[in-house]
Design a protein around this ligand. Sequence first.
Ligand code: ADP
Length: 367
Amino acid sequence: TKRIGILTSGGDAQGMNAAVRSIVRYSIQRGLEPFLIYDGYSGLVQGGSKIVQAKWSDVSGFLTHGGTLIGTARCLEFREKEGRRIGAKTLIKNGISSLVVIGGDGSLTGADVLRAEWPEHIDALLESGEITAQEARENRHLMIAGMVGSIDNDLASTDVTIGANSALTRICESVDALQTTAASHHRAFVVEVMGRHCGWLALSAAICTGADYLFIPEDPPKSGEWEDKLCEALKNSRDRGKKTSLVIVAEGATDSELNSIKADRIKEILSERLKYDTRVTILGHVQRGGSPTFIDRYLGTVQGAEAVEAIIRATPHTPSQVIGLLENRITTQPLQQAIELTRSVAERINTKDFKGALNLRSSSFAS
Ligand code: ADP
């Protein structure tokens, strides 16, 4: 039988548990043996009790939980070759040569690096006597299927990542709650949402809450000019009868000179220049919290089944795969291509060719 290792890595996201549950149950149904690897790549490096074979009932109740019940970690050792060699040994000793990784682009890159180095690790482990010739033979090839768990919706090759919908829903609920009190006091609210490099959450939240102004990393406003434009837009909107003002800012927003635009700075401007009673709300980890929306449960579940199918279909020559959603269809694509596309979008943002980058990203809205 084929053993499948399952781990979650990087930032947690709602729907990761639905994915884990689906991979466990679907692989059992397909005659495979699923193994849970606790605490991401740290668990892989530590081995021992961090690797546990999963029964059908071990994942009951997973569907409705946010976060990740099998734990996640940022693992420095795994960024080093030596750490990955130990990880390879853990897998081989457990007879696992297929891995489903649920995480962001860092985690998926890590999995692909492990796969690329796999033959080298096998040879080294064999030579040092840490694995036997039989173990080497039985685990000659590593199969990887990645699933994108990220609240930021920051992978270019899928319309939506697992967790993004729940995070956006949470943001909308929170901003709606703020609006009620804002309206009663004619206040202005500046709301900071997550997104260091990717403004999808902020942009979508602005659309869905009817914000007056938005700052995202992909569209840095001109340094020294944005303050006037902001005030003018908010004043116009009040002149038209709006009782409140709402500004949404992504945590990674900057101006054209790459100076951070922080919520407190925006508050200062609104308080001083417009004399608005202005409050700052940093939503923080509330965005990752709570139970997943139906979309993230659904995505985790159907993509989990596809991840298992991708592993079953894989031959020794199949590159690492990533499961996505394009035009409402579940897709399987080469992982490296997806990551390269994402990086090329990010580079265009960094070279300030952000309009092109935005167009590319907004294709995910259009479909
Ligand atoms: P995310 O997966 O959410 O992008 P990180 O970038 O922090 O989060 O990656 C999570 C973990 O994946 C890291 O702590 C590290 O163990 C592993 N990782 C990330 N990038 C690499 C890489 N280039 N090579 C090997 N491992 C990596």
